[in-house]
Ligand binder design. Sequence first.
Ligand SMILES: [Zn+2]
Length: 133
Amino acid sequence: MSYRDDAAFWACPHGQDARHGCVSCYEESADPDPDLPVWDVAVWFTSDQPIPVKALQDVHRHGRRFLLDKLSAPRIYLLTGHANAAGGGQAVAGVIGFLVHNRHVVHAFTVQDTRAVRLSPSPDTPTGERVWP
Ligand SMILES: [Zn+2]
């Protein structure tokens, strides 16, 4: 078993697999604890149906710096967003939870890859110092 397949590694604080998203993490990120570090999260996923351009453009109206982009490969999309979270797993779970919470935008999806970079919460922590996983 590789490190990245370790279920405990991917588990969010609610026991969900971060790669499947967690609506509780998403909802908590709506009212974040400002003492928690900020993560810059990127999620690459495939959608079972093409996502209309209007739906892509509407994502930013949900606020909180979410952006959804279509990549050049068919039905591969990139969702990026910022999340306050204690760890990278929770940050990823919250951003993918956005997809779970917005099934009208993305009906069914399969996460291909994720990245979480901890942004600087304080001057003594260099930006992008930690990359997760
Ligand atoms: Zn969670």
